[in-house]
Design a protein around this ligand. Structure first.
Ligand code: 4AD
Ligand code: MG
Length: 430
C-alpha cells in the first residue's frame, strides 16, 4: 500500500489508506481512543475503537505515547458536521515509543523552549511559521525570476566589510590573515550585474550586533537584488512589487497556517496597495509631531518605526537619508549632496524595517573619496572600485531580511521564532 499524506485525505474518502507519522496528542474514554496524528503535511484525528480492531492491535495501541512514531492503516471518514476528515484505525505498526515528551501542555518560558528548539519545531505554531517561511522564500524567487533577475551566489567568507566594520565576525584564514563572515552579498552581486544585468543572492548573513532586540539575530537570511541601469525611484517600484508579491502568495497559500497563528489577514490584505514614500527629513518632522524625541541625524528606533506606520495600512519608504548614518556605497543625491539616494522600507503594524536599499555610487572619484573618509582599507576594496572603471553604469539594489518579513507575515513580534535554529548573542545551542 502506498503512503497517503494527511493534507490529501479528502481525496480518499471511504477508502483504506496507509499513513506514517507521529502522535501529537491522545485521549481515551474506555473502549475508544482519539489520537491527534501529524505527518508533516497536516494534523488529523485517528479513532481507535476496541470493537472495531483485533485484540492485538488494541493492546499495541495502549502503549502509544505522545510523540510516538507510528504507521497506521484505516478508513477515511468525514466528520458529520465539519469539513474535517478522520481515519478509523484498522492496522498499527509502532516505529518507536517516545519517552515522556518534555514539551507538555503547560506553559513553558521562552528559554526552555529555545533550549529545546529541536523539539519545539514540531509544535503547530512552529510548523505553521516554517511553512510560511517556505512560501516567502519561493515567492521571492518567483518574483525576481519573473523580473529578469537570475540567482548569483555571493561568498560567505570575505576579505572586507559590506555594512560597517563594527559588526563583523572574524575568522582566521590560513596565511591570508583575517576573513569575515558576510554581512550582505551586495558588493559581489554588484560585480555580477556587469555580466548578467540583473541578479540576486539569497543566503545566510552575519552581524556581530550587540543589540538584544526582538528584531536582531546574529545569523539571518537576506535576499540581495541588484540591477544595472535602474535608478533609485525605479528600484523602489521593484521593491514594492517584491513585497506585494510575497503578501499575495502568503494569503493565497497559507490560509491554515495564518489561522493557526491567529494572524489578522484583513490587515495583510490592506497592505497590498500603493506604498507611501516620505523623505527622511519629513519623517523626522512627522515623528516629532507625534511625540518622539528623535533628532535629525539619528537612526529610527523601533518605537519610531511603530509610530510611523501606526495610522497607515501600507508600508512606508523612508528615503534620502543623511550620509553620516548610511553606508559608503550609496549614491549621493545630485540635488542635495548631504543625502543619499536610498530608502528603508518600514513595514506596517509595527514590524519595522524589512528592506534596506539604494542607488549605488557609480562615480569612481566620489566613491573613493567616501571610502577614504570612512577610513576603509582601500586595497581590500580595489576590486569593488574597479567596477567604476570598466563600463560603470547607474545601478541600484536592495536587501530584504527574510526573518523580519516572515515575522511580519506571521504576526510574530520576536523574530527568533521565524528561523529554525536562531543564533543570538547569548544563544548558540542547539
Ligand atoms: O539594511 P541592511 O543592513 O542592508 C544591507 O545589508 C544592504 N547591503 C542590502 C542591499 O542593499 N543589498 O540589511 C537589509 C535587511 C534589513 O532591512 C533587515 O530586514 C535585515 O536585513 N537585517 C536583519 N535581520 C535580522 N537580524 C539582523 N541583525 C539584521 N540586520 C539587518
Ligand atoms: Mg538597514
Amino acid at each position: 500500500m502506498e503512503q497517503v499524506f494527511v493534507k490529501d485525505l479528502k481525496q480518499h474518502l471511504d477508502k483504506e489508506v496507509l499513513l506514517k507519522g507521529w502522535i501529537y496528542n491522545l485521549r481515551s474514554s474506555g473502549k475508544i481512543m482519539f489520537w491527534q496524528f501529524r505527518d508533516g503535511t497536516s494534523v488529523m484525528q485517528v479513532v481507535v475503537s476496541q470493537d472495531e480492531v483485533d485484540e492485538k492491535i488494541w493492546e499495541e495501541a495502549q502503549k502509544v505515547t505522545i510523540e510516538s512514531s507510528v504507521v497506521i492503516k484505516g478508513k477515511v471518514t468525514k466528520h458529520p458536521k465539519k469539513e474535517e476528515y478522520e481515519v478509523q484505525l484498522s492496522g498499527l505498526t509502532i516505529v518507536q515509543i517516545s519517552e515522556e515528551y518534555p514539551i507538555g501542555k503547560k506553559e513553558h518560558g521562552p528559554d526552555f523552549l529555545l533550549t529545546n528548539r529541536h523539539l519545539w519545531l514540531r509544535s503547530p505554531r512552529q510548523w505553521a511559521i516554517q511553512r510560511v517561511r517556505n512560501v516567502v522564500i519561493n515567492a521571492m524567487y518567483e518574483y525576481l525570476n519573473n523580473k529578469g533577475f537570475i540567482k548569483i551566489d555571493a561568498p560567505i567568507l570575505t576579505p572586507n566589510a559590506c555594512e560597517g566594520t563594527t559588526t563583523l565576525f572574524e575568522v582566521d584564514y590560513f596565511d591570508q590573515g583575517k576573513a569575515y563572515l558576510s554581512q550582505s552579498g551586495q558588493l559581489y552581486i554588484e560585480a555580477a550585474i556587469f555580466s548578467v544585468g540583473r541578479c540576486f543572492d539569497f543566503g545566510p548573513t552575519f552581524r556581530a550586533e550587540k543589540s538584544k532586540t526582538r528584531r536582531h539575530l546574529t545569523e539571518f537570511w537576506m535576499m540581495d537584488a541588484e540591477a544595472a541601469f535602474v535608478e533609485h525611484e525605479e528600484s523602489m517600484k521593484i521593491q514594492e512589487g517584491n513585497i506585494r508579491h510575497i503578501i499575495r502568495k502568503v494569503l493565497a497559500e497559507c490560509d491554515l497556517e495564518l489561522d493557526i497563528l491567529k494572524r489578522d489577514k484583513e490587515a495583510l490584505k490592506r497592505t497590498d496597495n500603493e506604498f507611501k514614500i516620505m523623505t527622511y527629513h519629513d519623517t523626522i518632522e512627522f515623528l516629532r509631531s507625534k511625540g518622539s524625541d528623535i533628532k535629525v541625524g539619528e537612526d529610527l528606533g523601533a518605537d519610531d518605526e511603530t509610530i510611523l506606520t501606526a495610522e497607515s495600512d501600507v508600508p512606508v519608504f523612508v528615503e534620502k537619508w543623511p550620509k553620516e548614518i548610511k553606508a559608503f556605497y550609496m549614491k549621493q543625491d545630485p540635488e542635495n549632496p548631504a543625502v543619499y539616494k536610498c530608502s528603508d522600507l518600514v513595514a506596517t503594524e509595527g514590524y519595522g524595517e524589512v528592506i534596506g536599499g539604494s542607488q549605488r555610487e557609480d562615480d569612481y572619484d566620489l566613491l573613493l573619496e567616501r571610502m577614504k573618509k570612512e577610513k576603509l582599507p582601500i586595497a581590500d576594496y580595489q576590486w569593488y572600485l574597479d567596477l567604476r572603471r570598466y563600463g560603470s553604469v547607474p545601478h541600484s539594489g536592495y536587501g530584504i531580511g527574510l526573518e523580519r518579513t516572515v515575522g511580519w507575515m506571521c504576526g510574530i513580534r520576536h523574530i527568533r521564532e521565524t528561523i529554525p535554529f536562531p543564533r543570538m548573542i547569548s544563544r548558540i545551542y542547539p
